[in-house]
Design a protein around this ligand. Structure first.
Ligand code: ADP
Ligand code: ZN
Ligand code: ZN
Length: 755
């Protein structure tokens, strides 16, 4: 029999075994049902036992001798289990972002637990409450104190841990046995999944929502109940009560028996946040994050699959929680860079969330005080529904912002990193026993070169990005590869004070101690938070006012509520402005807005000092005014002019090899393939006209030109239509490369976020 379709089937759904797939022929009768993700029954092993598997790939060509390929036995139509759904999603991710099916599968399927289950014996009441109360009376009368104690405990909370009863309540094993024999209680063994959240009090003290909040809730609920599924973007200033809105909508969705995924950036997943959700939803929530052990993480996967929880809170990876009746996905701080995966598949959580939601009929809510250009653009285009929250909901008003021009400080011969204004405000707050946060953006540390005297920044003449100082004494543009030697004098003003900029948190900490000897300082950055709980310790210590000043990187700007903080200082706002990629302006605006939002959340009004060499830059001006729309307008003009996302799309093709020459040659080989595609396609695919053309930049050495002894080359392809870039990706995935390029790797990255 001649088969036309062959299916790759995996038989063991665990992270470690995804590499192993087996090929089977698909008999004609199953062709329409044999889709990627479908559950199938196959003959397996020497004895040809029938086992279950999942289709992860389909092809028209057999991998080996056709006569040796066995046919599938069955494709049961109840194949739409959660695994099928996730495998299907993996396929969509592979197709949309470019990756091998294996990498895509490993993204959606977690590492299997390596530690065994914990079994726990639990005591449950068999009698009804009334009858148990009667029994209790009887025990009291007979002075059976131990029995009475056990029963009292079970009347309070049915389900008592056996060991607790013996060790803590001091009830003997015989007593328990006697009650079991009397059929008053039963003893059941239960599998205990590790629960990363410690039990806390549930106190559902609902607050009265304001009009702005209520409007969103009413409309979203109404649409939800009508079966309308949408993507909503809530643009709400810091502290405007977005989280309250999320919780209200979560409650609505879970009350209908559906589940919710709540994504928040890893950094924001603190004790405070979890506690807030726990207070409202109790044990029905769980969390996932990188600080959990593999076993803990796998257990949360099982708890989600077994319907033990309704809400999972976590970073990007929580998107793949195996809920079978998902109703809502929320992405808080939607603009965060961490929602984009840095390893293949380089997917964006926002896009995957929208896809997963569409597959199962769920809604998506995106929230941010500073939405990504992409999201806001789509909202304005009508693709998402846009809501605004314009006032602070709880206590507090937006802070007063001062923008300090650092060039003036130099003129005043102030060589300190603290401007006079910031210094006097710090002293004022220290005197008033109010707290201060000093923020330094380490991301820009990578070494843009600027002049201390006039603020001039070395930029590429061909691209609107700053040059980066490399160890070899060259200034390099990583978009086009342009480079020039490091200069001794500022080309703008001739000053000798030109250097690679970099002030670390540690240095700032030292300087504070020197300038404000009495102040108690806490530092939070990668170095001080490498231990498991150090993150939380620092924050709670600061919250308990054990320190006056908290110095940190972007870690400290996320979502924390410290009512006693009345001053926020941004040491050098420019640091992120000249990170060498087109999102620098956006990132700067976001960081400044979020940082400013930390001040004045309590009863005392707050002030913010932004120190900068670029007081006129629109990102800084708009952040100072808390004016997102102004920023969006300016930034969008820039993106349109330069054809950067979201005005256009970029596909970055990264070519890697152990040999630099080989990577380079392969990059040129791919360039030729792309050019051939472009010219061979005159069927309207690549319309080469002014408005709608394919722009190619490179090949060039990647910004990170060598990593772990692997050389990296890059080609950027720009087009206004994502589908056309995807088409190029698909073609490149299919090409058969000449043998000399064996071992060269290719990675795709659509609309890269990290340079
Ligand atoms: P966001 O998520 O937008 O930063 P939150 O939901 O965290 O805002 O709200 C900020 C603070 O305001 C929280 O302490 C919250 O409890 C409080 N809050 C939110 N909505 C209201 C409201 N309608 N009335 C009073 N306080 C509110
Ligand atoms: Zn200068
Ligand atoms: Zn350039």
């Amino acid at each position: 029999m001649q088969h036309l379709v062959y299916a790759d089937v995996i038989v063991d759904i665990s992270h470690e075994n995804l590499d192993k797939s087996y090929q089977y022929a698909v008999p004609d009768e199953f062709i329409s049902k044999a889709v990627i993700g479908a559950l199938v029954e196959i003959p397996f092993g020497r004895g040809n036992r029938t086992i279950k598997g999942y289709i992860v790939g389909l092809s028209a060509t057999p991998k080996f001798d056709v006569s040796l390929i066995k046919p599938l036995l069955n494709v049961p139509s109840n194949g739409l289990v959660i695994e099928s759904h996730l495998i299907h999603l993996a396929y969509w991710i592979k197709d949309t972002f470019g990756a091998t099916m294996n990498d895509a599968l490993k993204t959606v399927i977690p590492v299997k637990r390596t530690v065994k289950n914990v079994e726990k014996r639990m005591i449950h009441l068999i009698l009804s409450q009334d009858m148990a109360k009667e029994k209790l009376e009887e025990f009291h009368k007979k002075h059976n104190v131990a029995r009475a104690r056990l029963l009292e405990e079970l009347l309070k909370e049915n389900g008592l841990d056996y060991e607790t009863a013996v060790n803590k309540l001091n009830i003997s094993r015989q007593t328990i046995k006697a009650l079991e024999e009397q059929k008053i209680i039963e003893i059941v063994s239960e599998t205990i999944y590790r629960n990363p959240i410690k039990r806390k009090e549930i106190e559902n003290q609902k607050i009265v929502l304001n009009e702005e909040q209520q409007k969103i809730i009413d409309e979203v609920k109404q649409e939800y109940d009508l079966g309308i599924r949408n993507t909503y973007l809530i643009h709400g200033i810091t502290g405007s009560g977005k989280t309250e809105v999320y919780m209200e909508l979560i409650e609505h969705v879970i009350s209908q028996g559906r589940q919710v995924i709540m994504l928040i950036p890893e950094i924001a997943l603190t004790f405070q946040t979890v506690n807030r959700f726990y207070k409202r939803f109790g044990d029905r929530i769980s969390i996932m994050n990188s600080r959990l052990s593999a076993g803990e993480r796998y257990d949360q996967y099982l708890r989600a699959k077994n319907n033990e929880i309704d809400i999972i809170i976590g970073p990007r990876s929580a998107l793949f929680a195996p809920f079978s009746n998902l109703g809502l996905i929320i992405i808080d701080e939607e603009h965060e860079g961490s929602y984009k995966s840095e390893t293949p598949p380089k997917y964006h959580a926002r896009e995957v969330a929208i896809q997963r939601a569409a597959m199962v009929g769920a809604s998506v809510i995106l929230g941010s005080a500073t939405p990504s250009l992409e999201a806001y653009y789509k909202a304005l285009e009508g693709e998402y529904k846009l809501y605004q929250l314009n006032i602070r909901a709880g206590q507090g008003i937006l802070p007063r912002v001062h923008i300090v021009d650092l060039r003036e400080e130099l003129k005043k011969r102030n060589k300190s990193i603290f401007s006079e204004q910031l210094k006097s405000l710090i002293i004022d707050r220290l005197n008033k026993k109010q707290q201060i946060m000093l923020f330094i953006n380490r991301r820009g540390y990578a070494g843009f070169v600027s002049c201390r005297s006039c603020g001039h920044v070395m930029k590429c003449p061909h691209c609107d990005v700053s040059l980066t100082s490399h160890n070899n004494g060259h200034l390099v543009c990583h978009y086009c590869g342009y480079h020039e030697p490091m200069t001794d004098n500022c080309p703008a003003c001739g000053s000798r004070f030109i250097a690679a900029f970099g002030t670390g948190t540690q240095k700032v900490e030292e300087l504070i101690k020197k300038e404000f000897p009495g102040a108690r300082v806490l530092r939070m950055d990668m170095d001080t938070t490498s231990n498991k709980n150090s993150h939380e310790k620092i924050l709670s210590s600061f919250a308990n006012q054990e320190a006056d000043i908290l110095v940190g990187t972007q870690m400290i700007v996320k979502g924390h509520d410290f009512p006693n903080v009345t001053l926020v200082g941004i040491i050098a706002a420019d640091l992120s402005l000249y990170a060498s990629d087109y999102r620098a302006g956006e990132r700067t605006f976001q960081l400044l807005t979020q940082a400013a939002g930390r001040a004045g959340r309590g009863s005392e009004p707050g002030e913010v000092v932004i120190q900068t060499y670029n007081p006129e830059h629109y990102s800084i001006v708009a952040a100072g005014r808390n004016d997102y729309k102004e920023f969006y307008k300016e930034e969008m003009t820039f993106r349109k002019l330069m054809e950067y996302p979201p005005a256009s799309h970029i596909l970055a093709i990264l070519i890697t090899s152990k040999e630099d020459e080989k990577a380079k040659n392969y990059a040129y080989f791919l360039l030729k393939v792309i050019n051939d595609l472009k010219t061979s396609n005159d069927n309207d695919m690549y319309r080469i006209n002014e408005e709608n053309q394919l722009g190619i930049i490179g090949p060039t050495k990647a910004y990170l030109s060598k990593a772990k002894d692997i050389f990296r080359w890059i080609i950027y392809v720009k087009h206004i239509d994502y589908e056309e870039l995807k088409d190029i990706k698909n073609n490149l995935e299919k090409i058969e490369s000449p043998i000399e390029f064996k071992g060269v790797g290719v990675q795709f990255d659509f609309d890269p976020m990290n340079g």
